[in-house]
Design a protein around this ligand. Sequence first.
Ligand SMILES: [Ca+2]
Ligand SMILES: [Ca+2]
Length: 407
Amino acid sequence: MKIKFSSFILLFSFLSASELEWKAEFRYRLEGNKSDSLYSSKASTINYMRSRISLKFINGPVSAQAQLQDSRYLGDLFNHSGYAYQQPYYNTFYFHQLYFQVDHLLKRNWSIKIGRFEMPLGSERLFSRNNWSNYGRSFDGIHSTTSIRFGELNVFQLFITDHFSDQNLNDDFDQKLSGLYFSTVFQLFKNINIPNFDLYYYTNNFDYKSFWNDKNSRFDRRTLGARINFNIFSHIIEWEQGIQSGKITDQDFDYLSGDIDAFFNVLNLHINVNTIPIIEKLSFGKEHFSGNDTATVALDGFANPWGAGHKYHGYFDRHTRFGDNYRSGLDEWNVKTVFSLPGELKLNIHYHNFKDGVRFDPLGTELDIVFSKKLGFDGVLQQGFARYWEENGDQLDYSWLMLTFTL
Ligand SMILES: [Ca+2]
Ligand SMILES: [Ca+2]
């Protein structure tokens, strides 16, 4: 805590020489569960609160951003709510982002960011800020962005875990995530263009030591992908595809070793409904993430440890844990609509159908209904209901109420 506090003072110390922009976001969320499979059929609820205060200091080409975040649930035993004595050494308060950035490097449209930052890329399918989460996602590392005549190139080196002389581990044991993400735009004809064309490649590798002997094992994963949006007479076809290769060598457990051979592909059709009253958006989607077939030696499950989950696959997140190459994947189709109702009220209705990514066995279906209402003072009130029907017949209900203010 002392270190955090002193870095905060350090940021303030050059306040006199720089401009300051600030923003604050407060978000309260009440979540409720109800299901026959819980031991009680009564509702179970939890109150979450996420507060973010962002400060941006600018001095010519150099800027720094500090985003303080407090994520908690109200009534957590550690909060000591209602007790008039000293708080224990526990806090939920930390820097979600803290970095400095230098722009116009070498007098070019080139900037570099060092520290801890959010890194949403593309449609956040693989690199997401996970805004729904009460915590969100940020990375430690270095991120460079260059704008060139025909596009923008992002180069990043992220430190997932970094060892330094602990238990004789050397830098080969560091988990690094390095990559390139290139985006461009094409105008083909008057009514046909490509508002997004992205190409990306990233690697993730590290050595690891067996927990019960001194054997070293090796993990090496590479992902190559592309995302393209076609705009055809204002209808948008979104296509994204990625392939994953590499090798995992586990000297303890043979079944964890193998060549990585996995893929995902996504096709979404966003229909232009401008001429239809009330309906604001309508889309049809088909998504496939390969799963690990236990009958094959190859590790054929697509791993997506840093991507968005429920943004694409519903609120239950029951099939979206693609943390490694051993998972069973997902084969999904969905229909999503947004209705614009009077009084700045929006209604989102999403329907998902899930199958596993190996044998296409049905897993379940989900219906999500969300009402959103804009309030004054940059506030939004949302109420969501989700129902999940498991393939074996169980029905799960989840609901939430969320109030956000950005000041
Ligand atoms: Ca190291
Ligand atoms: Ca396999």
